[in-house]
Design a protein around this ligand. Structure first.
Ligand code: OSB
Ligand code: MG
Length: 369
């Protein structure tokens, strides 16, 4: 099979509520959606790059440029579209893991659909459902934060992650412990702290958090082993782990005990599967993160979360935690037991709602050989 055409769409979905971290505030989720076509079939991949380069370097614009001018031509000019060959084919392009992930995902989806096989089956992602946590953005005040979290706990989410940063940390964690007792609770700083903030991190260490995610600025793995030694709370790394080699290095150094896996951050499904293998080998706890995805990217995250090496509930919340309407016909739903079903249909196991997609698409560009 070879790929006939690749379509890039710029999609904007309104979020039900703004999502704020120490790094950025998102009101509408704008992203690039990739459709790869062959023999009348389509495969889909979501590019998780955001509008601004505040999480990692990539943006919607850089992803569009790299996909259109470099990655799509590399696929369209190839005789075959075996998705396993893509990481090597894309290696010529340095960086841009989110752009690469979107196109690699579309080709995994396309080829698996053509063979009537689910990606969950192909990758050995055997769990039918995955326990889900929820990532809660910074709120204007404690009352608003409580109201939001009350709702999620009522729905059954299995753990709560809150965004923290300087001045919005210890008091928030203390208030949450007072209100909710011993719930599974963790924080994500998105790299907001420096070495001068050690006292704050030590204070948060007293609240029995499941983990502290990406506490330090700069993404330097060498800064973490001494911090992990000082804290009883496990450190979880997100932004600083750009692939399986980083995860191996982090394990070697004792930089963290937990890994947040996002396919877009590590450069694609193949690399994500390798990260899962490394975590199993090295005994690192692992969960699947999120980037406020639509149903397309969410399907990939849910499938990865069903892999055997995933040991903790992730940020794979239901679609209705983010959006009033999703791009797919059967959005991810939270079950009363706090789990989300893993898509089992061919490929990613989703159907794109083309009518809604047309309504929320801005720029559309077809690329042909
Ligand atoms: O750091 O995990 C993060 C969203 C966008 C960018 C970075 C992060 C996040 C989240 C939300 O925490 C996860 C989700 O619910 O999709
Ligand atoms: Mg994070």
């Amino acid at each position: 099979m070879y790929c006939d055409a690749i379509c890039l769409r710029e999609v904007t979905l309104p979020l039900l509520r703004p999502f704020e971290s120490s790094a950025s505030r998102t009101v509408r989720r704008r992203f690039v959606l990739v459709e790869a076509m062959a023999g009348g079939l389509s495969g889909w991949g979501e590019c998780v790059a955001q509008e601004a380069p505040y999480y990692t370097e990539e943006t919607v614009e850089t992803a569009w440029h790299i996909l259109r001018d470099f990655l799509a031509p590399a696929v369209l000019n190839a005789a075959e579209v075996d998705p396993r060959s893509l990481p090597a084919r894309f290696r010529l392009v340095k960086g841009h893991p989110m752009a690469k992930t979107a196109l690699e995902t579309a080709l995994w989806d396309l080829t698996a659909r053509a063979e009537g096989e689910s990606l969950a089956g192909r990758w050995g992602a055997g769990r039918p459902t995955v326990p889900s946590g929820v990532s809660v953005g910074m709120a204007p005040g404690l009352d608003a934060l409580f109201r939001e979290i009350d709702g999620y706990l009522e729905q059954g989410y299995r753990r709560v992650k809150v965004k923290v940063g300087p001045g919005r940390d210890v008091a928030v964690v203390r208030a949450l412990r007072e209100r909710y007792g011993a719930i599974p609770l963790m924080v994500d700083a998105n790299g907001a702290y420096g070495s001068e903030d050690l006292p704050v991190l030590l204070e948060m260490d007293g609240y029995d958090l499941m983990m502290i995610e990406e506490p330090l600025r700069g993404g330097d793995l060498l800064a973490y082993p001494s911090l992990q030694e000082r804290l009883k709370t496990p450190i979880c790394l997100d932004e600083s782990l750009r692939g399986a080699a980083d995860v191996r290095r982090a394990a070697e150094l004792g930089a963290c005990r937990v890994v947040n896996l996002k396919p877009g951050r590590v450069g694609g499904p193949s690399e994500a599967l390798e990260v899962e293998g490394v975590c199993r080998e090295r005994g690192l706890d692992l969960w699947v993160g999120g980037m406020l995805e639509s149903g397309v990217g969410r399907a990939l995250n849910l499938i990865l979360a069903a892999l055997p090496g995933v040991t903790l509930p992730g940020d794979t919340s239901a679609s209705d935690r983010y959006y009033a309407r999703d791009l797919v016909t059967e959005p991810a739903r939270l079950q009363p037991d706090g789990t989300v079903p893993v898509p089992q249909g061919p490929g990613l196991g989703i159907e794109v709602d083309r009518e809604y997609l047309d309504r929320v698409s801005g720029r559309v560009e077809w690329i042909r050989p």
